[in-house]
Write a new protein. Sequence first.
Length: 317
Amino acid sequence: MSTGHGNKAIIAALSANLGIAVTKFVAYLLTGSSSMLAESVHSVADSGNQILLLVGGRRARREASAAHPFGYGRERYLYSFIVAIVLFSVGGLFALYEAWHKWSDPHGLEGRWWWVPIVVLVAAIAMESFSFRTAIVESNLVRGKRTWIGFVRGAKAPELPVILLEDLGALVGLTLALGGVGMTLITGDGRWDAAGTACIGVLLVIIAAILAIETRSLLLGESASTEHITAIEGALLGDGVLSVIHLRTLHIGPEELLVAAKIEVDVAETATEVAEAIDAAEARVRAAVPIAGLIYLEPDLRRAVAASDGSDGTGPA
């Protein structure tokens, strides 16, 4: 996935959230609504998260160094994990605290500006819908035939799944806030506002947990997709490579793949012929899977492998 798709969705979300955060906080100051305060903090946290994603994408493009010979591609995963932590702590836990505080001391919306939260929330839903639509359009360019759940769980580039979940959470949170504020206006009971705030907090904690689980998997290191593994195995064969004894792949960044394989060569081949076969195999793999940037191939004899480990030669050496 090109970082361009992710960056476009990030910038759209950042633009929407900055404007929304300001209007929500003004509405809170005018009315004292805890839902509006929770939503304003939510938007501030989202804005900070989008900045983190942009910073992570920029830092990940640095050239490999002696200290980091495989480059900095995983920084995008690291910053996405930080996003999950921020969403959990700044967004979710604050909303839950504010809900508890408001439930302990409930009061209706204050002042003559009671109508402001409704206007702000409706406008925020419109702006978040635009951001969410942009994320959906950009995701569809790279999602292929995968379901949305499959895309979020299987994407190697974290930006679009993060923005999709954030925008979805924001829209659900705004709807909850609108319900809490609306019921408070109708009944005069501030506990409806507190309940809406609590629901927002629970929602943010759940989304943060999903993000943390998915980015943790990426940080630990994920293999190539099934399609890429099949393509690599097929590309390795031919021109002196008789079979693939075993294959290991690892994403060292969203768009860079490390490939390591032990391949079977003919016992009668010379060192020169083996070297030429390896070079040809590397070229075929890069043509089949362009993100295979680093390829390490070890030539071996399958009968030697079988004799050394007591197996039939079909398993890993």
